[in-house]
Structures are given as structure tokens and as C-alpha cells.
Write a protein that binds this ligand. Structure first.
Ligand code: NAD
Length: 505
């Protein structure tokens, strides 16, 4: 277990605490307070007070602070990667990679907030030609962020950095499996802003998360499972608190007959197995054109040689961070095999006490849980398809809609557009996550709302529209003194403007 799920109180420590454990060894990594409802409310109140200062800084000054924080994280990247490695079990290199991406996002959000959110003049139209029209995007106030453990830096940062850059203060509830990483992020930010409560952490279990949902926050950004997402929405509904839900997925990678099979196999293997398959935008299904199916299988099995899970330096796959997931992974593999899937690598015995060895199944029935539910383990279901139409149809035959990938030389973009998901990479995998200008989020059971890019900045604001009268209108419309003559002229004007049968060319 990486976290004792029952809070413990002792006479020495009146505040209940919980432990964060190394999933590879079971060693204690740290002990953290279970933040109570009253303490969450107090943190939100402090955040509200700090929002006055932070929100009233200009975009430029906020960017300075955020860029300083970015530099601090960069200089101490080894320290943070080590902590993430210990709490999640992921290899050092993988821990570093997600921090690298997060750093790039902080810099982008800091540098672009003014341009995206600052006042912009817009056209006022003929009817209101005497008005100057302006729109600007204003900070909401206090944003609550609830994060998962699988990418404990990159994932919550998509909300934290963008919310801060937009002028909000943040109260962050990290996963109970990675509280140390969350605390590290808040501590370093506090150093940068000289002790102010701009980014605070409240550690704890689900109860603490629920307290944040019902606290006086102005928006709640949740990343985690769909099941918890529904509870978060229900709790937020009490106060009409708006939510962003970044939930799970069942992404596919499509391989066309003209694809570069070596690259497609490399991408499928990494997309499915890296981070032990515990990636929301990881590859779980692969649909391969039947004409190249055998060649693709030969390639991926060849590349998978030597790939294994373990805690030694030679292992490229770490442990399963959340022990309860082992049962789910086992059940999906077993269900697929029972329904007739072929085992190409690994199989039922691949699931151990802490680690799962890479498993590749083929000809997996579409009604098995290995295809229909998020497995969140190092498994791939690879099925042949007769055409790209069938590949798209099967890809879209899921309640999820998070991301995906397509390998095709001639019709990659066309196939990508037909996939019902928030993000698709053509001839690579997961590339969109590293492009700060692109929005990140899903549809259907994968959630709604967007982090990253201009959409991600706007997500943590409200649009403020202002009109300023420049000169007296030719026709005064908003007055009880309006006469019948004016009404006639309005009717004539609108007929001239919109009464024709013109169609768009
Ligand atoms: P989870 O739903 O178990 O927990 C997520 C967070 O919610 C944790 O901090 C947890 O303490 C908190 N929580 C639990 N109960 C709560 C409640 N009643 N009210 C409020 N908060 C509560 O998810 P997890 O196991 O930490 O993460 C894995 C899941 O996250 C997977 O489904 C994965 O696909 C998804 N995920 C999605 C994205 C994305 O961007 N779409 C990114 C990473 C992970």
C-alpha cells in the first residue's frame, strides 16, 4: 500500500495523519496531515485574502513570479524527480520527463496570459456603431484543484499554472498516494512569493477532497477517475461551483496499411507500457489494418524483448502505484482470455504482488473489459481491422473520448478528425501533451473543460464584456421616448441588413 487509507490519530499527534509509501518496497516515504473540513475552509479563506494581492498584480508581475518558480523547479528537478519516483515508483527518467513538460507549461502560461486574457477591442456592429466594445477575461478568485497520483506534477500543473497565471489563487488537494510531491510544489511556490498563501496544499483522502468541493471556491478542477468525478460534480452542485472534469480514457492507436510499422510499434509499446500503463492518455487498444497485422505483431514483439517491470536499474517499467488496481488489471486480462483472446506476451501470470509484466493480447473480443473499461496497467489489446472505417468505428465505440493516435502516411489527418476524442497525435503518440498551445481534455465519460493553451487560461476566468458610448446614437433605442418613426427606421435598417436571401459563398 502506498497510503494507509484509514487516518490514524495518536495522543502525540492530535491531527490525524496518513502515510505515503514507496509502492516498489512498501517503505515509508512521508507522513502527512489529514486536513479537516474546518482547515480546508480556513485555507480557502486565506487564499481569498491572498487573491486580493495576487489578482491585483499585473500580468507582467505575476509572470515574473511564475517564471521564478519555473526556474526554482528546474534547478531542483533531481530532488522533485526523486520524490516522485519514491511516491509513484516510476523510473527516475520518467519522473523527470513529466516535470520537464510541466515546466514548459508554467513558462507558456506565464508568458501568454496577458495576450490571451487582457482587454481586447471587438467590433460593435452597425446597430451599435456608437459604442466601443471590449472584452477581457477576469480571474475567478480561488480555484480548488484535486489531482491524481499517476502524473503528480504534470497533471495538476495543467490547472495550477494556468489558474495562477490568470490571476487566481489555488488550494490544491494532491492524491493521497503523492502528498509529498504536492507539498513540495506548494513549498517552493511559497518561497517565491515570500510566504503568501497564493498556492496552498491540503493533504488528505477523499473526505478532504470533498471538503474542498463544498468550500467557498470559485471553480474546482478535478483530475482522476470518472467515478470520483461524478461525486465531485454532485458536491460542487450544492454551491453551483463550476467544475472541470479530466477523467479516464480507453485510447486507441490506429495503424493503417501504409504506416511505418517500426515507428507505430515503438509508439504503441511506449504508449501502452510506459509509466506501467498508468497514463490517462496511454494506449490501451490498437487497431491494425489486416494487411499489415502479422508484420506489425512481429515488429512489436521484437521490440518488447527485454522490456520488463521491476525496481532495479535495468527495468523500464515500475510498480503499480495503487495496489487495488492489480485486481482490475488481472480481471481484464482474464476476461479477455476467457472470451477467446490470444496471448502474445505476458498473460494471466504477468500480474504479481507489486509489478505487472508487459502483456499483449490479440483478437480481443470487443465486449471484454480489456476493450470496454480503463485497465490502467501495462497491457495492450491489439486487433486486426478490415479498413480504416472499421478502425474509426471501433475506436469511437466507447463511452470515453480522451485522446488517441493514428499511424498513416496518406490519411492520418483525415482519420484523426473522425475520432471522437479531445486529442489525437498523427504518426507519434501523446505528442499533444507537450505542446503548450494545444488544449487538453476529453469528451463523454472522459470529462469536459480544457486545460493548457489559450482555452486552458480562459477556463479559469470569466468573460467580462464592456461597452463604452463614444457618441450619441443616430437612433436612440433604449429609451421610453422612442417614437413610431424610430421604430420604422429600425425595421427598415434590419431589413437592409438581414432581409436579403444572400447565402454564404
Ligand atoms: P481517483 O478518482 O481515485 O482520485 C483522484 C483524486 O480525487 C484524489 O486526490 C482523491 O483523493 C480525490 N478524491 C477521492 N474521493 C473524493 C471525493 N469524494 N471528493 C473529492 N475528491 C475525492 O483517481 P486516481 O486513482 O488518483 O487517478 C487515476 C485516474 O485519473 C484514472 O482514471 C486516470 O485516467 C485519471 N486521469 C485523468 C487525467 C486526465 O487529464 N484526463 C490525467 C491523469 C489521470
Amino acid at each position: 500500500m502506498t497510503a494507509t487509507l484509514e487516518p490514524t490519530a495518536t495522543s502525540d499527534a492530535p491531527t490525524p495523519t496518513f502515510d505515503s509509501l514507496d509502492p516498489a518496497t512498501g517503505d515509508l516515504v512521508g507522513t502527512h496531515p489529514v486536513t479537516s473540513r474546518a482547515e480546508v475552509d480556513a485555507a480557502v479563506a486565506r487564499a481569498r485574502a491572498a487573491a486580493d494581492w495576487w489578482g491585483n498584480l499585473g500580468f507582467g508581475e505575476r509572470a515574473e513570479y511564475l517564471l521564478t518558480w519555473r526556474s526554482v523547479i528546474t534547478r531542483r528537478i533531481a530532488q522533485l524527480a526523486h520524490l516522485s519516483h519514491r511516491e509513484t515508483g516510476k523510473p527516475h527518467g520518467d519522473a523527470q520527463l513529466e516535470i520537464v513538460l510541466a515546466i514548459d507549461h508554467i513558462a507558456w502560461a506565464a508568458k501568454h496570459a496577458k495576450k490571451v486574457l487582457g482587454p481586447q477591442k471587438v467590433r460593435s456592429g452597425l446597430l451599435m456603431a456608437n459604442q466601443a466594445a471590449t472584452v477581457q477575461y477576469q480571474a475567478l478568485g480561488v480555484v480548488g484543484v484535486i489531482g491524481p497520483w499517476n502524473y503528480p506534477v504534470f497533471t495538476p500543473m495543467g490547472s495550477i499554472a494556468y489558474a495562477l497565471a490568470a490571476g487566481n489563487t489555488v488550494v490544491f488537494k494532491p492524491s493521497e498516494y503523492t502528498p509529498g510531491v504536492g507539498q513540495w510544489l506548494a513549498d517552493t511556490f511559497r518561497e517565491v512569493v515570500h510566504g503568501r498563501d497564493v498556492l496552498q496544499v491540503v493533504t488528505g483522502l477523499g473526505e478532504t477532497g470533498n471538503a474542498l468541493c463544498t468550500a467557498a471556491v470559485d471553480k474546482l478542477a478535478f483530475t482522476g477517475s470518472g467515478a470520483t468525478g461524478k461525486k465531485v460534480m454532485a458536491a460542487c452542485a450544492e454551491n453551483l461551483t463550476p467544475v472541470i472534469i479530466e477523467a479516464g480514457g480507453k485510447d486507441s492507436l490506429i495503424v493503417d496499411e501504409d504506416a511505418d510499422l517500426e515507428k507505430a510499434a515503438e509508439a504503441a509499446l511506449w504508449g501502452g507500457m510506459s509509466n506501467a500503463g498508468q497514463t490517462c492518455i496511454g494506449t490501451e487498444r490498437v487497431y491494425v489494418h489486416e494487411k499489415v497485422f502479422d508484420a506489425f505483431m512481429g515488429e512489436i514483439l521484437d521490440q518488447a524483448k527485454g522490456l520488463r517491470a521491476g525496481s532495479d536499474a535495468g527495468a523500464q517499467i515500475g510498480p503499480i502505484t495503487m495496489p487495488s488496481q492489480l485486481k482490475i488489471i488481472q480481471s481484464h486480462i482474464d476476461d479477455a482470455i476467457a472470451k477467446g483472446a490470444n496471448v502474445a506476451l505476458g498473460g494471466s501470470d504477468a500480474v504479481g504482488e507489486r509489478f505487472v509484466q508487459p502483456t499483449i493480447l490479440t483478437h480481443v473480443p470487443e465486449d471484454s473489459t480489456e476493450i470496454t473499461q480503463e485497465t490502467f496497467g501495462p497491457t495492450l489489446a491489439i486487433n486486426p481491422v478490415r479498413s480504416m472505417d472499421e478502425a474509426v468505428e471501433l475506436t469511437n465505440a466507447t463511452a470515453y473520448g480522451l485522446a488517441g493516435a493514428v499511424f498513416s502516411k496518406s490519411q492520418g489527418m483525415d482519420i484523426a478528425r473522425r475520432i471522437r476524442s479531445g486529442m489525437t497525435s498523427v504518426n507519434s503518440v501523446i505528442a499533444f501533451a507537450g505542446v503548450p498551445t494545444l488544449p487538453f481534455g476529453g469528451v463523454g465519460q472522459s470529462g469536459f473543460g480544457r486545460i493548457h493553451g489559450p482555452d486552458g487560461l480562459k477556463e479559469f476566468t470569466y468573460a467580462k464584456a464592456i461597452t463604452r458610448q463614444k457618441f450619441k446614437p443616430v437612433m436612440m433605442l433604449t429609451t421610453f421616448a422612442r417614437d413610431a418613426k424610430t421604430d420604422d427606421r429600425v425595421a427598415q435598417l434590419i431589413t437592409v441588413l438581414h432581409g436579403g436571401k444572400k447565402t454564404l459563398k
